[in-house]
Write a protein that binds this ligand. Structure first.
Ligand code: PGA
Length: 241
């Protein structure tokens, strides 16, 4: 069964104190969002501990924004799967376009990180998507197919979430048309051996467009950046109509 998953990617935002404040407001705003909607929050590494404690006994699941493929070693600035699971993390974003663009992430390292996540019982959220230039050049389909082919080598599709995030739509307010996101997500699904993988849309998702996005038949959820930083906005997104 394809699960509905709404995830907040906080990127490099919020201190521990701000995280606590957010949770207090968010959990009270959440109301009775239908049980079948999975809710995930991916704060910075420094806020994972405080979030884990404050989510105890709660339906919100904890996610991280990256992990290294080794369990330990001389990898300054990295964090491993075993460190994440100790904190109660169950999801981890892998291959976000900001990591690919600013931190030298390649399809090879994305693949290593995906397999490491699964070896630790974490569910990776693999991000893929095309740049504006690639879209304008009519290369969207090829880019997506190449990313999937390289990223998913020996990856178990029974424990995987994919987020289609057109790079030109991230943080720009320029959302991809919901029907176009639906089309590309359908294409992604056609490339998978497991058709039940949940596939999210990400890129300028906000309260004003979530209802339309979630009305699309191929879209199983959203990966939300900016709008997940505000408790009322994120609660409204989770409670899409
Ligand atoms: P955005 O970010 O919602 O701020 O566009 C989405 C993402 O990068 O995951």
């Amino acid at each position: 069964m394809r699960k509905i998953l709404i995830a907040g990617n906080w990127k490099m935002h919020k201190t521990q104190a701000e995280t606590k404040d957010f949770l207090q407001a968010f959990l009270s705003e959440l109301g009775d969002a239908p049980d079948e909607r999975g809710i995930i929050l991916c704060p910075t590494f420094t806020s994972l501990g405080v979030m884990s404690k404050n989510l105890h006994g709660n339906r919100v699941r904890l996610g991280a924004q990256n992990l290294h493929w080794e369990d330990s070693g001389a990898y300054t600035g990295e964090i491993s799967g075993v460190m994440l699971t100790e904190l109660g993390v169950s999801y981890v974003i892998v291959g976000h376009s900001e990591r690919r663009q600013y931190f030298g992430e390649t399809d090879e390292t994305v693949n290593l990180r995906l397999k490491a996540a699964q070896n630790h019982g974490l569910t990776p959220i693999l991000c893929i998507g095309e740049t504006k230039a690639q879209r304008d050049a009519g290369e969207t389909e090829t880019v997506i197919e190449n990313q999937l082919r390289q990223d998913l080598v020996e990856v178990n599709q029974n424990n995987l979430v994919i987020a289609y995030e057109p790079i030109w739509a991230i943080g720009t307010g320029d959302t991809c048309e919901s029907t176009e996101a639906n089309r590309v997500i359908g294409l992604i699904r056609s490339q998978l051996t497991n058709k039940e993988v949940s596939i999210q849309y990400g890129g300028s998702v906000k309260p004003a467009n979530i209802d339309e996005i979630m009305a699309q038949p191929e879209i199983d959820g959203a990966l939300v950046g900016g709008a997940s930083l505000d408790p009322a906005n994120f609660a409204r997104i989770v409670n899409y109509q």
